[in-house]
Design a protein around this ligand. Sequence first.
Ligand SMILES: Nc1nc2c(ncn2[C@@H]2O[C@H](COP(=O)(O)OP(=O)(O)O)[C@@H](O)[C@H]2O)c(=O)[nH]1
Ligand SMILES: [Mg+2]
Ligand SMILES: [Zn+2]
Length: 295
Amino acid sequence: MNSKENLVEGVVVRAYGGYYYVREGLREWVCSLRGRFRYEKQQVLVGDRVRLKPVRERTGVIEKILPRRTVLVRPPVANVDQVAAVFAVKDPEPNPALLDRFLISAMMNNIDILICFNKVDLSGDFTANPLISRYLKNYRAVLTSAMTGKGLDRLKEMLQDRITVFAGPSGVGKSTILNELMPGLKLKTGAISVKLRRGKHTTRHVELISLPEGGLVADTPGFSSLDLPDLEPQELAGYFPEMEMYYGSCRFIGCLHNKEPGCAVKDAVKSGKIEETRYRQYLEFMQELMDRRRY
Ligand SMILES: Nc1nc2c(ncn2[C@@H]2O[C@H](COP(=O)(O)OP(=O)(O)O)[C@@H](O)[C@H]2O)c(=O)[nH]1
Ligand SMILES: [Mg+2]
Ligand SMILES: [Zn+2]
């Protein structure tokens, strides 16, 4: 507690029925909002760091919203440190196009990304799977099984002291993992969610779960598609770490690594230094960005 102003600082972990639940260490405060926020049209988001004035025990009024480091739109969470992109090694098969979209949007929002390949109990030689091994080389990744517990300690460490949003298709085990990490938590699992329309997201009541080891995590129901952020075609390669290093090595300035001669990226694909499928994904995204500009 800040003795001078008598204000308490904490993080909004959920909002419901006009009340905001603020986590301060191990305590949770139920808060209303100082009226001026309403006519200033300033919205309080889950993930916001706030200062509150205690009214009664564990009840307070939010007086101040501290500046946000990041704002995620889907789901609406402030100050997200990282997105955990969860995929299954099998059942359902990993979807690299969707994973690559997550990677690009996270980088663009300055949010770290952590890839979690779950259900490793279902597949013996998942590292031999090129779909998976190519990400293990270039990104922070963890292999887990919510069934056997493998990799969960490592994952816990990666979630400590940070705000993380779990993203990924439905059925990959996001809720099962969180239930394992948080004893007593009973998120619904195994529910095949109704098919989500493109661009639509069902998480209205997003909530941050406080893990016992520290760290706040938001579950999402999972999405099967994600629009690419608005990028200039020239910027796209910068979002593929294995291509970025060839920046400036192509014959033409502004090379899009597509049809241009003397392209260092295409040479690297030919010699196997860049994974062919990732390069093809790059070209597909490039086409999508180009198509968008025709309007
Ligand atoms: N074999 C196996 N099954 C899992 C694992 N994690 C989750 N599942 C199962 O996968 C299904 C979907 O899990 P759920 O947590 O609901 O996925 P979500 O949609 O991503 O939240 C459930 O039937 C789980 O029991 C795992 O590590 N191994
Ligand atoms: Mg779920
Ligand atoms: Zn090039």
